[in-house]
Design a protein around this ligand. Structure first.
Ligand code: GLA
Length: 542
């Protein structure tokens, strides 16, 4: 059974547990939590192959993913990054591929047909990703190959290129911003246009491209990228690259990744208000297994990405991973934190002394939190976990489990401490009882209004126990696909939420929002400028 299927069963068990706990607490059936798409897991060619990427390298990586335990653990994307195309188009503007780098893979395949390598990847049960730039030019400035190829972007060819990617059978596309930046384009405008090109390609081919936006956090993509132009799941980069490529045979083979940059990218990737319902902040491909980090730092890196609910894209050469690194990448309990079907991000809930941080990620199962105790100081310290800080009721008995040693730490009342060596982190699963939620009904629109075109569903006078509120939104969406609505909290920038189908009976999704007004004075509104909103009937706020 694949890791994804096993995770689905775990999530189902979690859902049953949620139902039981909440029925007990409120003696009425709670609305079921609708699972949202998890962040993507896979491999990307850039960090270890730069623009030396070829069909043979891709096939070797795919074979290793399928046979090393990575695929079983849930890693399934093989993503080809920059360097696959040298900027040539034919008279009709179609992309022309270098036949030598991309020869036919199977009998009857043609040279220069990217569909050939996609079929190879699919035959291993994996998915395939491709890369372009939103501008006319691409990045192509990395000296690993000695050449800079120009015009390797899709500007002016969006519909044509994304249709081509879908026709080749790709499942994922990363769209960079080097050209967009140089050409002074507006990322929110260009990426929305690309989203429309992706939707068009899906309409023509029936094949959906997962949308990965890469503009390194410029102009705050977390404010406009979630579900851009009604894309039902997507990711956006929040910072620059952790490291420039380290190609083993190249002139920068002695380059090293730095742990400080891993920490910096983690910090820059935290935007919990934007990470919900299948849209994810992307702090970059992981450098685990590449030169530069110690084993302990690799483990912290994995813990940081898991608590963030970040895309897990391995940048190392998979054929050279040690068994220890593979174990680190495939720890099922750590992956379950990253892939949790509520799709939320961690919030920093305490920093009792500078550099001693407590991060908490709410999970689907009621009363559970992933907790990261991050010691950014050089000295060893005990770090306390308080039930109240992580949104658990003070009187609840907590149990704690160390996800790296995969051992239970025991039962605790209100608080417990964990010893964390300097520069390291503990990743825990903590279970208890949630602080009871308070339910609010809309006061701006008839509850359950079935057709809400360009209208608002208002909740005023909303309060929460914590500054970062967790909000379960109960709604109905009888359609086959997601509906959307923009959530505004007070005067903050809105965030576009996807409401997956529920059938005829209500379901719930969960988001996090910063309540920047004290007490029950926060105002929430869900609105939409086009199409049909889901019928939102109540919110439960913790
Ligand atoms: C940018 C991106 C990287 C990679 C390179 C390719 O730097 O951030 O992830 O795609 O471009 O040139």
């Amino acid at each position: 059974m694949s890791r994804k299927k096993r995770l689905a069963i775990v999530n189902l068990a979690a859902f049953v547990a949620t139902v039981c706990v909440a029925i007990h607490a409120h003696s009425q059936a709670p609305v079921r939590q609708i699972p949202v798409p998890s962040p993507p897991m896979g491999w990307s060619s850039w960090n270890s192959f730069s623009n030396t990427i070829t069909s043979q390298i891709v096939m070797d990586q795919a074979k290793t993913m399928a046979t090393s335990g990575l695929e079983n653990a849930g890693y399934d994307y093989i993503n080809i990054d920059e360097g696959w195309w040298l900027g040539k188009r034919d008279a009709d503007g179609n992309i022309v591929i270098d036949d030598n780098a991309w020869p036919p893979v199977a009998l009857n395949d043609l040279p220069g047909d990217m569909g050939s390598v996609v079929r190879f990847i699919h035959n291993l049960g994996l998915k395939a990703g491709i890369y372009t730039d939103a501008g006319k030019d691409g990045c192509s400035m990395t000296p690993d190959l000695g050449f800079a190829y120009h015009d390797v972007g899709s500007y002016g060819h969006y519909e044509q290129d994304f249709l081509q990617f879908a026709k080749w059978g790709f499942d994922y596309v990363k769209v960079d911003w080097c050209g967009g930046d140089k050409e002074n384009l507006d990322p929110a405008v260009q990426y929305a246009e690309i989203a429309r090109a992706i939707a068009h390609a899906e309409k023509v081919t029936g094949h959906r491209l997962y949308f990965s936006i890469c503009n390194w956090g410029k102009l705050s993509p977390w404010t406009w990228a979630p579900h851009i132009d009604d894309v039902s799941a997507n990711i956006w980069r929040t910072s620059g690259d952790i490291v420039d490529p380290i190609v083993a045979s190249g002139i920068h083979a002695d380059r090293k990744a730095s742990f400080d940059k891993v920490l910096a990218n983690f910090d820059q990737g935290i935007h919990p208000e934007a990470q919900h319902t299948g849209a994810y902040n992307d702090p970059d491909m992981m450098v685990i297994g590449m030169p530069g980090l110690t084993d302990k730092q690799n483990r912290v890196h994995m813990s940081l990405w898991a608590i963030s609910g970040a895309p897990l894209l391995v940048g190392a050469d998979l054929t050279k991973l040690t068994p220890d690194t593979i174990n680190l990448l495939t720890n099922p309990e750590v992956l379950a934190i990253d892939q949790d079907s509520a799709g939320l991000q961690a919030v920093k809930v305490a920093e009792p002394a500078t550099g001693l941080q407590v991060w908490s990620k709410p999970l689907t199962r009621a009363g559970t939190r992933a907790v990261l105790l991050l010691n950014r100081t050089p000295a060893d310290h005990d770090i306390d976990v308080h039930a109240a800080d992580i949104g658990l009721a003070d009187q609840s008995r907590m149990t704690s489990r160390d996800l790296w040693s995969r051992s239970d730490l025991g039962n605790f009342d209100k608080t417990f401490a964990v010893h964390v060596p300097g520069g390291e982190a503990a990743l825990l699963l903590v279970s208890g009882v949630d602080v009871p939620a308070v339910q609010f009904k809309p006061d701006g629109v008839t509850p359950g209004h079935p057709l809400c075109r360009g209208c608002d569903v208002h909740f005023s006078k909303v309060g929460a126990h914590a500054e970062w509120a967790r909000i379960r939104v109960t709604y109905t969406n009888p359609d086959k696909g997601s509906r959307f609505a923009e959530l505004h909290v007070n005067d903050q920038v809105g965030t576009r939420i996807a409401f997956p189908p529920t059938g005829a009976t209500p379901g719930a999704i969960t988001v996090q929002a910063l309540f920047d007004r004290k007490g029950a004075t926060n105002v929430l509104s869900f609105s939409l400028d086009r199409d049909v909103m889901p019928a939102i009937t109540s919110i439960d706020v913790e």
